[in-house]
Design a protein. Structure first.
Length: 753
C-alpha cells in the first residue's frame, strides 16, 4: 500500500464502486504577460505546454452561460457546477445535482426532479447513496433544447436556462428548497411523471399528485387548469409565464405549501458575524410574488443548521443523505455557534523534551532539501505546511536562529511561486475567472479541482511569516499575492469581477466541494475536509496577523460551520446521519448523494481515517468538540486495519491526542524511535503536539476566548488558557467562564487561571 498520499482527483479511481474589498488589487488582468501585485506577480497566460480546464477527453472548455451571465465569475466547485462546466462531450445539460431534499438533472426536455428516500449500500458495503432518480420532469410542451446553460445564481440557488428557438424555460432551484420555480414561454407547462400519477387533490390550477410514493403539488397561474393524461400533466399558461411545483412532506401539507406557491425565490444570501468567541450566521432568501402579495416561503434546514438555531421550525421534515431536514416557515433563519479557536502553536508546557525537540528541528531545517523535491502546488504546499508548524515551536523553546531559518525558507519558496516567469508561478484564466498554480496537480488546472486544499498551505505559511515579519506581509510587498490566492479560493466579495464568491465553500451545505466541474452521477464530493479547515484556520491567522478583520472573521465563520458539518457528515458524531444499513462509523469522502468509506487513491483504513485529520495544526483543535466520535473513529480504524496504525500512525496518534492525550502519548513513547512521519509531518511537530496535550490536557470547546486566536485545555480539573496576540499593544483576553489573560504585544501567553 502507498506510504505517501497521492490524491488523483482528476481521474475517477475511487477504490469503491464510484466517482474585493480588503483583498488586494481589484484590477483584473490586463494585456501584459505578467500582472504586478505588490512585490510579486502572476501571469495572464499559462506556461508553455500547460493546460487549462478541459472536458473528459482533453478538449478545452469554456463556461456554458447565457448572455446575461457571461461576464459574471462563475462558481466552480459547487453543487450545481455541471450546468456551466460541460465535462462530457455528449452531455450538454448537466450531471445529477443534489439540492436536498430534491435532486435534479437537466435534459433536453427540461428539469428532472427526484426525491430519493431509500439509501442503497454499494461498493461492498463501503458506500451509501441516495442516488438521483427522476420522479418527474418539469418542462414545456415540445421543449427540445440543444443544451442547458447557467442563467443566474446566488449563494445557494441557481437558475438553469433552456431554449430551442421556439420555447424558453428558466427554473430556480436550490439547497433546502422544496419548490421548483419555473418561467416559460412558447408552450404549455408540462410535467412528465415516471409513472402514471395518483391524483389526491384537484382544484383547478392546484393539483396534488403522488409519484413513486412521493407527494407533489403542481401550481399553474390562477384561471388555468391541470390536465392529466397517462404520465403527462399539462396546463396552459394563458398570458402568464410562471408555474411551480413543490415536494410535500405529506398530503395534508398541501394547503400550507399552496400559500407560498407563487412567492418565487429570486436569490439567497448569507451574512455572518464573529465576535467575542461566538459566530452567528443568517441565511436569507429574497422572493417576488408572481400573483397575490405573499412573500414568505418554506425552506428545509440541514442537521448542522437546525442543531444550532433557536428559530421556530414546523413539524414538517424531509429525508436526505445528511440526515433529517427540518422545515422553517420564513425567508430567513439564524444559526449561532461557539467559535473554534486557532493557535499558531500549542502553548508552552513541561511536556516536551527541549533537547530532543531541538535535534528534531535541526533534522528538518538542515536537510539537503527541506522541501523534499516538491514542485507542484499541492506537494509544495505540504512542504510549506510542514515547515510552518515548526517556526513557532522553535521560537517557544528559544531557538531563534532555527526559527529565523525556517521563516527564511518559507519566504524564499513563497516568493518563487508569487513571481511570474519562473519554474513555478500562478496564472489567471479570464474565461473561468480563476488563478491556477503551475506546475499543477490532481486536476487543479484541467478540472479546477482542490484550489482550497492547495492554497490553504500557502495562506497558512504566509500567516506564520507575517507573525515574525509584518513588512513582508504588507499588501505592497508579498501580502497582495497571498490575498489574490484568497480571492480565488475563498473570496468574501460578491462584487469582485475577477473571482467568484467563496469558490469552494458551499454556505448552505456547510462545507466545501473539491471537484471543479461536479461531473459525477453522485454529484460533487469532498474527501479531505481537514485541508479545507486548513484554509479557514489560515484565514484566521492571516487576518489576525495583518489586521484584516474581514478575512479573520471569514475564517472564523468557515471554520465553525465546517467543523459542525465534519462532525455530523464525515464522523456521524451523533450517530443520526448514516443509514442504519451502512456498517461504518466514518467516511473518507462525502458525496452529494451520500458518503463513502474510501479515498481517491487507496482502501487502506489508515488513510481513510487520516485524510480528514491532516494537516494537524492549531486549527485542528475544533475536532475536540467530538471526543467520543474520535474514540469510535480510532477503534474502527484499528478494527478495519487489523491492528494499530502503521503508515500514518503519527497523524492518527495526533488525532487520538485530541480526545485521549495519555493514550496517544503511550503510543508515541513506544513507537517514536522508528517513526517515519507522513509527508506533511515531522517528528518535531508530532513530539510537541502529543507531549503538550499530554501535559495541558485535551482541548475544551465549552470555553471560548474573546479573540479567535485563543483556546482552552483541561486535564484533571485544571484548565490552561492560551492566546496569541498579533497586535502591537498588550491585550487582555476574556474567556467565556470569566477567566482573563493579559497577553503582551506580538506574543503567546498562557495561564492556569
Amino acid at each position: 500500500m502507498p506510504t505517501s498520499r497521492s490524491r488523483p482527483a482528476s481521474v475517477l479511481v475511487l477504490v469503491t464502486a464510484m466517482a474585493a474589498v480588503g483583498l488586494g488589487p481589484a484590477a483584473g488582468p490586463a494585456s501584459a504577460a505578467n500582472i504586478p501585485v505588490g512585490s510579486g506577480s502572476y501571469s495572464d497566460t499559462r506556461p508553455a505546454g500547460a493546460s487549462g480546464p478541459t472536458n473528459n477527453v482533453g478538449a478545452p472548455v469554456t463556461p456554458k452561460l447565457t448572455e446575461q451571465a457571461k461576464d459574471r465569475p462563475v462558481p466552480t466547485n459547487d453543487w450545481w457546477t455541471s450546468l456551466a462546466y460541460q465535462r462530457y462531450g455528449d452531455n450538454p445539460y448537466s450531471t445529477p445535482m443534489y439540492g436536498h431534499p430534491l435532486t435534479y438533472q437537466a435534459t433536453a426536455g427540461g428539469l428532472e426532479v427526484g426525491y430519493p428516500t431509500t439509501p442503497a449500500i454499494v461498493g461492498d458495503g463501503r458506500q451509501y447513496e441516495y442516488a438521483h432518480k427522476a420522479d418527474l420532469t418539469l418542462g414545456l410542451t415540445g421543449l427540445d433544447s440543444a443544451d442547458t446553460k447557467a442563467d443566474d445564481w446566488s449563494d445557494w440557488t441557481v437558475t438553469p436556462y433552456w431554449s430551442d428557438g421556439t420555447r424558453t424555460l428558466r427554473t430556480t432551484i436550490g439547497h433546502g428548497m422544496p419548490y421548483v420555480y419555473a418561467k416559460g414561454s412558447g408552450g404549455d407547462a408540462s410535467i412528465t411523471t415516471a409513472s402514471a400519477p395518483t391524483v389526491f387533490s384537484d382544484d383547478g390550477n392546484v393539483l396534488g399528485i403522488t409519484v413513486a410514493g412521493h407527494h407533489y403539488a403542481l401550481f399553474a397561474p390562477t384561471g388555468s387548469d391541470w390536465s392529466v393524461s397517462g404520465s403527462t400533466v399539462t396546463a396552459g399558461l394563458g398570458d402568464k409565464d410562471y408555474f411551480s411545483l413543490a415536494l410535500l412532506p405529506s398530503e395534508d401539507a398541501l394547503a400550507t405549501y399552496t400559500k407560498y406557491a407563487f412567492s418565487f425565490v429570486t436569490g439567497s444570501t448569507t451574512s455572518w458575524n464573529a465576535e467575542g468567541g461566538d459566530v452567528e450566521a443568517t441565511y436569507t432568501l429574497t422572493t417576488e410574488p408572481q400573483e397575490g402579495t405573499e412573500t414568505g416561503t418554506l425552506q428545509a434546514l440541514y442537521r448542522h443548521q437546525w442543531l444550532n438555531t433557536t428559530d421556530a421550525l414546523t413539524s414538517y421534515t424531509y429525508v436526505s443523505p445528511r440526515g433529517t431536514m427540518k422545515v422553517r416557515e420564513s425567508t430567513t433563519f439564524t444559526t449561532g455557534q461557539k467559535a473554534s479557536g486557532v493557535l499558531p502553536a500549542l502553548p508552552e508546557s513541561n511536556g516536551v523534551d527541549a533537547a530532543a525537540l531541538k535535534a528534531q528541528l535541526d533534522d528538518v531545517v538542515n536537510a539537503g532539501d527541506p522541501f523534499s523535491g516538491a514542485t507542484d502546488t499541492y506537494w509544495t504546499g505540504k512542504a510549506l505546511g510542514r515547515l510552518a508548524q515548526l517556526a513557532p515551536i522553535a521560537d517557544q523553546i528559544g531557538e531563534t536562529a532555527t526559527r529565523d531559518k525556517i521563516v527564511d525558507l518559507l519566504k524564499g519558496r513563497l516568493e518563487e511561486w508569487f513571481t511570474a516567469g519562473g519554474a513555478s508561478e500562478f496564472s489567471y484564466d479570464n474565461d473561468w475567472k480563476t488563478l491556477t498554480g503551475y506546475p499543477a496537480s490532481y486536476g487543479s488546472d484541467t478540472e479546477l479541482n482542490d484550489h482550497h486544499f492547495h492554497y490553504s498551505y500557502y495562506v497558512y505559511a504566509a500567516a506564520i511569516v507575517a507573525q515574525y515579519d509584518q513588512a513582508w506581509a504588507a499588501e505592497s510587498a508579498w501580502g497582495g499575492m497571498v490575498e489574490t490566492l484568497v480571492r480565488d479560493a475563498a473570496n468574501p466579495s460578491r462584487t469582485d469581477s475577477d473571482f467568484p464568491f467563496l469558490r469552494g465553500f458551499d454556505v448552505y451545505a456547510g462545507h466545501s466541494w473539491a471537484s471543479g466541474h461536479q461531473g459525477f452521477a453522485a454529484g460533487n464530493n469532498q474527501e479531505s475536509s481537514s485541508e479545507s479547515i486548513n484554509l479557514s484556520a489560515g484565514l484566521v491567522l492571516w487576518g489576525s496577523a495583518t489586521g484584516n478583520d474581514e478575512l479573520r472573521d471569514l475564517g472564523s465563520y468557515l471554520l465553525a460551520t465546517e467543523s459542525e458539518a465534519i462532525g455530523q457528515y464525515w464522523f456521524d458524531a451523533d450517530q443520526e446521519v448514516f443509514p442504519a444499513e451502512f456498517a461504518r462509523g466514518t467516511v473518507g469522502m462525502v458525496w452529494g448523494s451520500g458518503g463513502a468509506y474510501s479515498t481517491w487513491w487507496t482502501a487502506n483504513p489508515e488513510e481513510i481515517h487520516g485524510i480528514n485529520v491532516l494537516p494537524v495544526t492549531g486549527g485542528s483543535l475544533h475536532l475536540g468538540r467530538e471526543k467520543e466520535a474520535i474514540g469510535r473513529n480510532i477503534a474502527e480504524m484499528e478494527e478495519q486495519n487489523g491492528g494499530p496504525a502503521v503508515e500514518w500512525r503519527d497523524i492518527l496518534w495526533e488525532f487520538e491526542a485530541i480526545s485521549d492525550p495519555a493514550g496517544a502519548k503511550a503510543k508515541w513513547d513506544a513507537g517514536q524511535a522508528a517513526l517515519s512521519p507522513e509527508a506533511g509531518e515531522s517528528k518535531a511537530h508530532v513530539h510537541h503536539w502529543i507531549g503538550t496535550l499530554d501535559a495541558v490536557g485535551a482541548p475544551d470547546p465549552t470555553v471560548t476566548g474573546s479573540i479567535p486566536t485563543s483556546a482552552v485545555f483541561t486535564k484533571g480539573g485544571v484548565s490552561t488558557y492560551a492566546a496569541h496576540n498579533f497586535a502591537s499593544t498588550e491585550q487582555t483576553v476574556t474567556f467565556s467562564d470569566g477567566t482573563t489573560l493579559t497577553v503582551p504585544a506580538r506574543s503567546t501567553a498562557s495561564t492556569t487561571g
